[in-house]
Design a protein around this ligand. Sequence first.
Ligand code: FES
Length: 114
Amino acid sequence: MDNFLKISKDQFNDDPSTVKFYFELDQRKRSGFVVKKDQKYFVYLNECQHLDVELDWQENDFFEEEKKYIVCATHGAIYEPDSGLCIAGPCQGAYLKKIAYTENDNNIIINLGV
Ligand code: FES
């Protein structure tokens, strides 16, 4: 059965910025995040490709200081926000897992069937 979550585009207070969300998958609480960058949106499972840990060490804090890349707080892997590709760190060459979504003028509609 499909399971959708709607996130208002009004929740993004900057460009780039992120909005974190929670859901349940295979009876396990998981989280994901939406990245807004250059007026485009990307949705990922919040899971480093090195170990099964969340990327953010503070709630919804995914970017490094210059806000160019997503960084894993555990060992510092660097990911491109638009492709999800890890370009440096222990999981270099791996991709963040994308979550399917659609969007309209006001919302991102995430398919939590993943
Ligand atoms: S767990 Fe993310 S870089 Fe090691």
